[in-house]
Design a protein around this ligand. Structure first.
Ligand code: NAD
Length: 170
């Protein structure tokens, strides 16, 4: 992909540091459904302490317009419409387990539905949340197809990136 416009879905322990690193080189929109989380990050505060105020301040932009006028930087939002121009999506939403230790994929389904609504031809979606083998293609991909009307491996493409490090574990 020559001109990646990146969207990170879920700004927690995994998503926020990823968004900040990408924003040093590329245009990045960080999306979260938690308004309070987005508000604190816009004030350069990360209560998880994964990212310093200085690092946030160095990439945070004050508007979507500013992002479009720049080749790099981070715009934080809860507004799905503001992700429409992205062409490379990374999903970092939680995958909690229930009392029987079975993974609850509801956040992944919801995130996939959201992305499906704004997905365009040629886009790439990478899942980074912890899931079992096959979950990307068998469980998540149908939500992308159904909500976008696009076809997997013809109109859009998928990847999986396991999180190999433990954020916060220096
Ligand atoms: N934290 C770790 O040490 C770690 C390490 C390896 C892998 N992982 C995996 O990475 C994934 C994310 O973990 P985390 O620790 O960053 O989670 P987290 O709970 O810190 O953050 C997840 C964020 O996603 C947001 N979110 C939830 N549903 C959403 C949706 N539908 N759309 C947009 N945003 C949504 C939440 O508001 C939250 O801010 C999990 O699958 C986890 O297993 C985490």
């Amino acid at each position: 992909m020559k001109n990646p416009k990146i969207a990170i879905i879920g700004l927690g322990y995994v998503g926020l540091p990823l968004a900040v690193e990408f924003a040093r080189k590329y245009q990045v929109v960080g999306f979260d459904i938690n308004q309070a989380r987005v508000d604190e990050l816009k004030q350069n505060k990360d209560h998880t302490l994964e990212t310093s105020s200085e690092d946030l301040e160095s990439v945070n932009l004050s508007s979507l317009k500013e992002l479009k006028n720049n080749s790099k930087g981070l715009w934080l939002t809860t507004n799905l419409d503001e992700l429409k121009d992205a062409n490379f999506y990374v999903v970092t939403v939680p995958t909690p387990v229930d009392k029987n230790h079975r993974p609850d994929l509801t956040p992944l389904y919801k995130a996939s539905q959201s992305i499906g609504k704004i997905l365009s031809k040629g886009d790439i979606v990478v899942y980074e949340s912890t899931v079992y083998p096959g979950a990307t293609e068998e469980d998540c991909m149908p939500y992308l197809e159904q909500n976008s009307g696009l076809k997997f491996n013809k109109d859009f493409y998928l990847g999986y990136s396991p999180e190999r490090i433990n954020p916060g574990d220096k």
